[in-house]
Design a protein around this ligand. Sequence first.
Ligand SMILES: [Zn+2]
Length: 99
Amino acid sequence: MTVAPESVQQSTPVCWCCAREFDDRDLVRLGAHPEVGVCLGCARFLQRRAEEREDQLHPSRGTRLRGMVRSARKWVIGHRWHELPVIGGLLRRIDRRLP
Ligand SMILES: [Zn+2]
């Protein structure tokens, strides 16, 4: 027995980066490949990775400063301070404003 394509149910959209399920409105789609969706958190992560790559390609004083911010962020995450009850929320709020 074959199943008609229109009877196949759409599955819950999944982020192609972290593989978690999201509502479709919470995913960012790629222009040439709209089947690829990335959640907002992963889109922010990818933006930071792209900025890091640009900084590596074009070093300057500003890139060194951003590198220090990245190192501090990695240290905080490595020590899981961002998950602490009170200071974690404050650190995450500060992080949203950092490059
Ligand atoms: Zn994601």
